[in-house]
Design a protein around this ligand. Structure first.
Ligand code: SF4
Ligand code: SF4
Length: 80
């Protein structure tokens, strides 16, 4: 059993949690690990409620296709 209370990571200032929608295939492994239920599935895509995400990074190693990351907001590339 993992106790997470008392181990709340501060959010990483100027960073944002990202799901790579080209990689995610909706396996839900990350959802099971999030202690604050910030992740949910929309079809076969994991989506994050950024305001709930604590940037604890617990979910990131669970993704088999490396779709999760916490990146600097000003390094985000918007593809249109
Ligand atoms: S980084 Fe932590 S709080 Fe954010 S979605 Fe992943 S497990 Fe949840
Ligand atoms: S673990 Fe990775 S592939 Fe699975 S739902 Fe989460 S982001 Fe998508």
């Amino acid at each position: 059993m993992v106790l997470l209370s008392g181990h709340v990571m501060p959010r990483q200032e100027g960073h944002i949690f990202m799901v790579d929608d080209d990689r995610c295939f909706g396996c839900a492994a990350c959802l099971a690990l999030c202690p604050v239920n910030a992740l949910s599935l929309e079809g076969l895509l994991a989506v994050v409620q950024e305001s709930s995400c604590t940037h604890c990074e617990l979910c990131i190693p669970s993704c088999p296709v490396f779709a999760l990351d916490i990146v600097e907001e000003n390094r985000m590339v918007v593809l249109v």
